[in-house]
Ligand binder design. Structure first.
Ligand SMILES: [Zn+2]
Length: 474
C-alpha cells in the first residue's frame, strides 16, 4: 500500500466504495473555524507558503518547539523562508503525529506535490508552492471553491463590526460565510481594564451602553440580532468548565458593575457571572433556533514564561482536568426546566471525559430536533486518527452516530480542508469494516438506502439541517 494514496486509511473494498462513491462527493460544511472573514471578503492572495500554512498554526509551532527549534524560527524575527526551513526539518520528526499526515495531504490536495517534505526538499517545495500561490486559483475564495466548501462558520466577537461579513454577502461566490457569536471577552473579569475596553467597543457596535448588567444584556441582544441578519446560526463559548453554580442575575449584576468600576472579580464571582452570561445567550439561541457550542476543558497558559513571551493561542495551552459533569448537568438542567434549552454541541478536550460527553446528551433530548444536544467532533488534542475513532466509537455506543453533525476544521488556515477528508476516510473505514465483518448488513439494497445516506448525512446533511443552513443543489 503506497503512502497517502487513494486507499489511505481505507482497509477494505466496502470502506473504499463508501468513501469514494459517497463521502468524497459531499460538500464541506465547516460550521466552526477561525478563518479570517476579511481574507475571504478581499479574496486574499497569500504572499508565500509561510503566510498561508505556518502563520498562526499553533499545532506546527508546538511540534517545532518539541523538536528543539528556537523561538525566533517559530514565531520570532526570522524570515518566512528560514521559518519554513525549520518547519520542513521538523516534519520527519512528526512521524505518527497527525501533522505528518495533514502536511502531506495538504501538499498533495492543494498543490499536487507528492514529494515528502524535509530539509532537503524544502527549497523545491517552497519554490513550486509559491509559484502556484502567485499565479493559480489558490486564493482564499479559490481554495474554498476547489474544496467544495458549502458553508464556513467563522468565529467573531460581538464587539467586532460585521463589515467583512457584509462585504462577503454583497459579493457572494458559492460558499456561504456566516459569523459565530463568541462573547468570551466578557468573561475576563480578573482584568477589569481589558473587559472595560471591550465593553466600550461592544457599546459602540450595539449603540447602547454596556456598563450595567441590563445595558450589557441589551447590547448582547442587539449584536445577536445583527449577527442573525448576516446569516449567524450559532454561538460559541470556550471555558475550562461550566461552573457548578446558579449564577443569579443579582450576583452577575454586582460582579459586572464592580468590574466596570475597575475592581477585578474573584474566581467565585467570575464563575457566577459566566453562568449568567451563558444562560442569557442560551435563551437568545433558543428563541432564534440557533446552536450553542461549548468548547470545554483547556488549561490555558500553564507556563508563565512562555505566556509572557508569546501571549495567548501560541500553542502553549494543554489538556485540563477540571470536573465537567456537575456544572454541565446543572446548566443544561436549568435550561431544560424552563423550556429554553437550545440546540447544544458539547466538545471536550480531555479524552478521559469521552464517555461523559457521549452519554450526557441522551438525558437532554426533548423529542423535537434529532440530536438537539450532542457531542461534538474530536477537538484540538483529539482531532487525530485515534481521537476521531474513539469519538465515533463512543458516540455509536452511547448515542446515535446517524444524527451526528460531523467534523469541523476548527482551523486558522485555509489549507486545513483535507482534515474533512481525513475524518471521512476514518468514518467510512469504521462502517466498511462493520459490513465486512458481518456487524452491519452487506445487502446492496441496505447499503444503498441506509448506509450511504448515513455517510452523506454525517458528512454534510446533518449539519445543514441542524444549523438550518440554506443548502446547495447537492
Ligand atoms: Zn475553535
Amino acid at each position: 500500500m503506497a503512502f497517502c494514496d487513494e486507499s489511505f486509511l481505507l482497509s477494505g473494498d466496502t470502506a473504499a466504495a463508501l468513501y469514494h462513491e459517497v463521502a468524497a462527493r459531499q460538500p464541506i460544511i465547516d460550521y466552526h473555524c477561525h478563518l479570517c472573514p476579511r481574507a475571504i471578503a478581499e479574496d486574499r492572495r497569500f504572499e508565500q507558503l509561510h503566510a498561508i500554512w505556518l502563520d498562526g498554526d499553533h499545532y506546527k509551532w508546538r511540534a517545532e518547539r518539541a523538536n528543539g527549534v528556537p523561538e525566533p524560527l517559530v514565531t520570532g524575527a526570522a524570515s518566512p523562508r528560514e521559518k519554513f526551513q525549520a518547519w520542513a526539518e521538523t516534519v520527519p520528526h512528526t512521524v505518527r503525529n497527525p501533522l505528518f499526515h495533514w502536511t502531506h495531504l495538504e501538499l498533495r490536495r492543494h498543490f499536487g506535490i507528492d514529494e515528502l517534505l524535509d530539509g532537503d526538499s524544502a527549497e523545491r517545495i517552497w519554490t513550486e508552492a509559491n509559484r502556484q500561490l502567485a499565479t493559480g486559483d489558490l486564493t482564499a475564495r479559490g481554495i474554498l471553491r476547489r474544496m467544495n466548501v458549502e458553508v464556513v462558520g467563522t468565529t467573531d466577537d460581538p464587539a467586532d463590526d460585521l463589515t467583512w461579513h457584509e462585504a462577503i454577502r454583497r459579493r457572494p461566490f458559492g460558499t456561504a460565510v456566516v459569523p459565530t457569536f463568541r462573547p468570551d471577552a466578557a468573561l475576563r473579569l480578573h482584568d477589569p481594564d481589558r473587559v472595560r475596553a471591550w465593553a466600550r467597543r461592544l457599546a459602540d457596535a450595539a449603540g447602547t451602553g454596556a456598563d450595567t448588567l441590563a445595558g450589557l444584556a441589551a447590547a448582547l441582544d442587539r449584536r445577536h440580532a445583527d449577527f442573525a441578519a448576516v446569516g449567524g446560526r450559532a454561538t460559541d463559548h470556550g471555558l475550562s468548565r461550566i461552573p457548578d453554580v446558579d449564577g443569579t442575575e443579582a450576583e452577575a449584576a454586582a460582579v459586572w458593575e464592580r468590574a466596570m468600576a475597575g475592581t477585578p472579580a474573584t474566581p467565585a464571582e467570575a464563575d457566577a457571572f459566566a453562568v449568567w452570561l451563558l444562560r442569557h445567550v442560551a435563551r437568545l439561541n433558543h428563541a432564534k433556533g440557533w446552536a450553542l457550542q461549548l468548547h470545554l476543558g483547556p488549561f490555558r497558559d500553564p507556563n508563565p514564561r512562555l505566556g509572557r513571551l508569546l501571549g495567548a493561542d501560541a500553542g502553549c495551552d494543554t489538556i485540563g482536568d477540571a470536573r465537567q459533569g456537575p456544572g454541565l448537568v446543572r446548566f443544561l438542567g436549568g435550561l431544560a426546566a424552563e423550556g429554553t434549552l437550545p440546540r447544544t454541541i458539547l466538545y471536550n478536550i480531555n479524552p478521559a471525559d469521552n464517555a461523559l460527553f457521549a452519554a450526557l446528551p441522551g438525558s437532554f433530548q426533548d423529542g423535537t430536533i434529532p440530536g438537539l444536544v450532542q457531542w461534538g467532533s474530536g477537538w484540538w488534542f483529539m482531532d487525530q486518527e485515534r481521537g476521531m475513532r474513539d469519538q465515533l466509537n463512543m458516540l455509536s455506543d452511547l448515542g446515535l452516530l446517524s444524527r451526528f453533525v460531523g467534523m469541523v476544521t476548527d482551523s486558522r488556515s485555509f489549507l486545513s480542508y483535507p482534515r474533512h477528508e481525513y475524518f471521512r476516510r476514518i468514518l467510512c473505514d469504521l462502517l466498511g469494516a462493520d459490513v465486512d465483518s458481518g456487524r452491519l448488513p452487506a445487502d446492496p439494497e441496505w447499503r444503498c438506502h441506509r448506509l450511504a445516506p448515513l455517510v452523506a448525512a454525517v458528512c454534510a446533511g446533518n449539519a445543514r439541517g441542524y444549523f438550518g443552513f440554506a443548502g446547495s443543489a447537492s
